[in-house]
Design a protein around this ligand. Structure first.
Ligand code: GTP
Ligand code: SPV
Ligand code: MN
Length: 610
């Protein structure tokens, strides 16, 4: 270790000891306690440029912004290398990979021995949620990746002020290494990782996170999926609150009345876009509280209050344009880290879908020459931008309010080319939980593996629930048992219905405001819904389509219940539910029985009509 060892800027003994212990294990050359300042961010980014991890973008076009290129094998979350290490295997449940905690720690201990040789260990104190918020929690990430430090600065409240708030209290320890030690004289690579040994591990009983081998996104920025979802979902279960993969938005009607909506869609299914959309309906306004994660607690008044535990956006770049998401484009004009996008000759960024016309020449995410004739993509499909939330032009005035914002409605959705209608209101809280549990979606590039396969992704939490998914359903069902709780209404939505030619039936993006308007009015008691076997669907002409150029029967297709398709859906849900065995809450199998019964009755009615 270097001569001048920095004195820990804290008196927290558990923290000091933990850092010492992990430093002894990982053997870094240096330890730096991150202060979270802009100067530090500058130094870290400069270091990334020196190391070849990043290029500085054109200061005029994109001030204080950087482009990082990862190794081609480290571009997304690795679900098959993600483990919930609960003491009992059955507590991880059938949807998670499980490892025995003692064995896992033994194996990790071997991997971490000397893993930071030749590198610096950064101590990154971070708060998930506004500092001092009763809903917020503090974690400390130890990492040997400057890329992680830079991103944590943008994504969380980070540094000295967090240590001040922490005092001598407890924190969630998050240990991360790219798993690529440097022997004396060995030169570094631009994106160090460890392809052969990737482990994203969570210890729910002791509330610890240990991640090895990957430097990318959710694998490495441990405040995000690992803490704010997998560990926090366990904390929420134990303490009676909700930690969810949800955006939070404020919706204001032309009369100035405002409601807050939370929405769970799986990865790459439109959370960021919905959270900051520009409504095409005149007079309507959407403001952003969060674009990925919501922590929600019941207030003294019985309402459900949500905070965004994050302070930045780690958003999908491809498909983002001034045309369909201007607020995202305006959020990333400066102080932004881009990962795996393409670079223009004048030192700016580009990705597929950013402009209608492709630039004639680019350096691709793979660092090679690219022209529109190239057969490969210029930007990786899971390329991302990291930017501070406060830079978003439509950030909500209350986005940092410590007590959170009151939620009126919860939406569930996914990429479903068929069956699921554009919008549907649940019949009850229990039916809403049923809808959440049955969310399915085509897989995307946010995780490694095949893309475009429809899989169940309950509550958009399949990869993010830190315990048995059936117990998680039960936790949601329990929320209605407290008579003081003023339950939000629950809806399902689907922007991704396709016609026979595989074209989207619904224009999406800013036009989703038309569905939000219908929900807003429905919440206010408008007579705009009709009971069907699957829930309350919008009555004909209650979704404002004025000015839209839709195919003649598009609304019809988007809003009719195809009984045969729904019977298949119900059978598929039954087979999905089987894996939960007797742990599946009775209310959900009752909901499924009731759905099948309603579908059968509807069939009989149809027969009679013929
Ligand atoms: P994660 O950050 O992975 O959690 O993704 P996300 O859920 O925030 O999704 P995001 O808003 O980044 O959108 C993902 C992709 O879906 C982008 O390529 C968008 O352009 C596209 N998309 C978003 N909203 C819509 C929509 O309403 N309709 C259609 N057709 N595509 C959409
Ligand atoms: C997601 O996959 O849902 C993301 C990206 O938000 S990551 O942070 O990599 O998990
Ligand atoms: Mn996400």
């Amino acid at each position: 270790m270097s001569e001048a060892v920095q004195k820990p800027p804290t008196t927290n003994q558990k923290l000091i000891q933990w850092v010492e212990e992990k430093a002894a294990l990982c053997q870094p050359d240096d330890i730096i306690w991150c202060d979270g300042s802009d100067e530090e961010f500058g130094r870290i980014c400069q270091l990334m440029v020196q190391n070849g991890t990043a290029v500085k973008l054109n200061e005029v076009l994109r001030p204080n912004s950087f482009l990082c290129r990862s190794e081609p094998d480290d571009v997304a979350r690795v679900e098959h290398r993600t483990f919930i290490c609960s003491e009992k295997m059955e507590d991880a449940g059938p949807t998670n990979n499980w490892r025995d905690p003692t064995e896992m720690k033994r194996e990790l201990n071997d991997l971490f021995k000397g893993c930071m040789r030749g590198r610096t260990m950064y101590v990154v104190p971070f708060s998930m949620g506004p500092l001092g918020s009763p809903i917020a929690h503090i974690g400390i990430e130890l990492t040997d990746s400057p890329y992680v430090v830079a991103n944590m600065k943008l994504m969380t409240r980070m540094g000295n002020r967090v240590l001040e708030t922490l005092g001598d209290d407890d924190f969630v320890p998050c240990l991360h290494s790219v798993g690529h030690p440097l022997e004396p004289g060995e030169s570094d690579v631009p994106w160090p990782d460890n392809v052969a040994n990737k482990y994203i591990t969570h210890f729910p009983e002791t509330r610890e996170i240990i991640s090895f081998g990957s430097g990318y996104g959710g694998n490495a920025l441990l405040g995000k999926k690992c803490f704010a979802l997998r560990i926090a979902s366990v904390m929420a279960r134990d303490e009676g609150w909700l930690a969810e993969h949800m955006l939070i938005l404020g919706l204001t009607n032309p009369q100035g009345e405002k409601k807050y909506i939370a929405a769970a869609f799986p990865s790459q299914c439109g959370k960021t876009n919905l959270a900051m959309m520009t409504p095409t309906l005149p007079g309507w306004k959407v403001e952003t509280v969060g674009d990925d994660i919501a922590w929600m607690k019941w207030g003294a008044d019985g309402r459900l209050y949500a905070i965004n535990p994050e302070a930045g956006f780690f958003g999908v770049a491809p498909g983002t344009s001034m045309e369909n998401n201007p607020n995202a484009m305006l959020s990333i004009t400066r102080n932004t880290v881009f990962t795996n996008v393409a670079e223009t000759p004048d030192g700016d960024v580009w990705w597929e879908g950013m402009t209608p016309k492709k630039p004639s020449r680019l350096i691709s995410w793979l660092n090679s020459e690219w022209t529109p004739k190239s057969s490969t993509r210029a930007a990786h499909p899971n390329s991302r931008f990291t930017a501070p939330a406060e830079q978003c032009p439509c950030i909500d005035a209350d986005w940092e309010t410590p007590q959170g914002v009151p939620i009126d409605a919860i939406l569930f959705g996914g990429r479903r080319p068929g069956t699921i209608p554009l919008a549907c209101r649940a019949l009850s809280w229990e039916h809403g939980v049923f809808l959440g549990s049955t969310v399915a979606s085509e897989t995307t590039a946010a995780a490694s593996g095949e893309v475009g396969q429809v899989r169940r992704d309950s509550f958009a939490m399949l990869p993010f629930c830190g315990y048995h998914m059936a117990d998680y359903f039960a936790h949601w069902l329990r929320q209605s048992k407290d008579a003081n709780h003023k339950l939000p209404a629950i809806y399902s939505v689907n922007w991704f219905r396709k016609d026979e030619d595989g074209k989207f039936l619904w224009p999406g993006y800013g036009d989703n405001s038309r569905v939000l308007k219908w929900i807003f009015e429905n919440l206010d008691g408008a007579d705009n819904a009709i009971a069907t076997p699957i829930g309350h669907l919008p009555k004909a002409d209650t979704i404002d389509t004025g000015g839209l150029n839709l195919a003649p029967d598009a609304m019809q297709q988007l809003l009719t219940v195809d009984n045969e398709a729904w019977k298949r859906e119900a059978r598929s849900i039954r087979s999905y539910y089987q894996m939960f065995g007797t742990r599946l809450p009775q209310e959900l199998s009752d909901q499924l029985d009731a759905l099948q019964e309603r579908l059968t009755i509807a069939d009989l009615h149809e027969d009679r009509a013929i």
